[in-house]
Write a protein that binds this ligand. Structure first.
Ligand SMILES: [Zn+2]
Length: 348
């Protein structure tokens, strides 16, 4: 069974290690590759990670309840993946309690055997969250799940599977942040020389904390190959100092389609943010000609209109690309998209 070992480090951080059960005999088909799937769930987030051993899974966020088709797409993707295997998730992270991140989280807890459940530790005023939290508390008291409250834990290495490092980074644990988006739990994942950063909807204040207030040992976990752009490509996230600290080779924006559902109000991604990522990738591209061209929609806030923008190689957007699948062998990452059929390889 799951055991937790907590140990205070010199800098007052917590290290948390979980011991996982030996995988059963079912999963003997490991490709030896880490698979990271940015599911196309519209104006929402949902990321499913499968270990190179083929049997351990990490889920970050669970789509929305309001955006058309989001719940259905999310649940179908998970049911398809687990059709022939035990419905078991080693780690589940709810980045923060907004509906476009915890949309199907109660369903996840009730449908899957979850080992460790992480949220940001915030009490939130919504019926969706209250129902989820009731289930979460019952499963904790029945010892079905191990619960990690992000704000309290702050920084921790979460056991996931052999060879893959998962580090929890919580800006809210370092400085008081009033905005729920800024209270997002951030996850840094490493496999060999390849690495990923998932920051939920962390906005500029949280980014500033990460860049300026993190200890050097924590800050090094920000520097990754693959960045999931904060807050669906909004202009309230993805500040230039943060992009520079992350130093990404490739960036994924998970957002809704132009003027569809909740994105008629939010209008993600923003043109200025896409332009910033385009500029970053242009300056850091090692010259391979673009095999992934394509104009994508972004909202120009000052101009008050949607505009198409020519995106650089390495910039992915779920409304145009559909689900974005990344396969890492620890040396390089092969990226392919469901809708556009693009195939690109990225090296550290
Ligand atoms: Zn969101």
């Amino acid at each position: 069974m799951m055991q937790l070992l907590r140990r205070a480090l010199g800098v007052g951080l917590l290290l948390l290690a979980a011991v996982w059960a030996t995988p059963a005999a079912y999963a003997q088909d490991p490709s030896g590759q880490l698979e990271v799937r940015f599911l196309d769930v519209g104006q929402a987030d949902a990321i499913l990670v499968r270990c190179p051993d083929g049997s351990h899974y990490l889920l970050i966020d669970s789509g929305d309840t309001r955006y058309p088709g989001s719940s259905k797409a999310f649940r179908q993707a998970l049911l398809d993946e687990f059709r022939d295997r035990p419905k078991k998730l080693a780690l589940v992270v709810a980045s923060h309690p907004h509906a476009d991140h915890i949309g199907s989280m109660q369903w996840v807890l009730e449908t899957f055997d979850v080992d460790v459940y992480v949220d940001n530790g915030q009490k939130f005023d919504s019926a969706l969250w209250a129902k989820l939290d009731k289930v979460r508390r019952r499963q904790v008291s029945d010892a079905e799940i191990t619960y990690v409250a992000g704000k309290k834990t702050g920084f921790a290495d979460l056991a996931f599977c052999p060879q893959v490092g998962v580090r929890l980074l919580v800006p809210w644990a370092v400085r008081e942040l009033s905005n729920t988006n800024d209270r997002s739990v951030v996850v840094s994942l490493t496999y060999g020389k390849t690495s990923f950063l998932f920051g939920g909807d962390a906005e500029e204040h949280a980014e500033e904390v990460m860049v300026n207030d993190f200890e050097p040992g924590e800050r090094e976990h920000l520097r990754v190959m693959v960045l999931k752009a904060g807050h669906h490509g909004s202009d309230t996230s993805s500040t230039l100092p943060f992009i520079a600290a992350v130093n990404p080779k490739t960036v994924v924006v998970s957002s809704g389609k132009k003027e569809v559902g909740t994105n008629a109000r939010y209008k993600h991604p923003r043109h200025s943010t896409m332009q910033n990522y385009n500029n970053w990738l242009r300056n850091h591209d090692e010259g391979e000609p673009s095999s992934q061209p394509g104009r994508v929609w972004a909202y120009d806030k000052p101009g008050k209109r949607w505009r198409q923008i020519e995106r650089r190689r390495g910039l992915w957007v779920t409304p145009e690309d559909g689900t974005v699948v990344m396969l890492s062998d620890g040396e390089k990452i092969e990226i392919r998209t469901e809708k556009t059929g693009a195939q690109v390889s990225v090296s550290p």
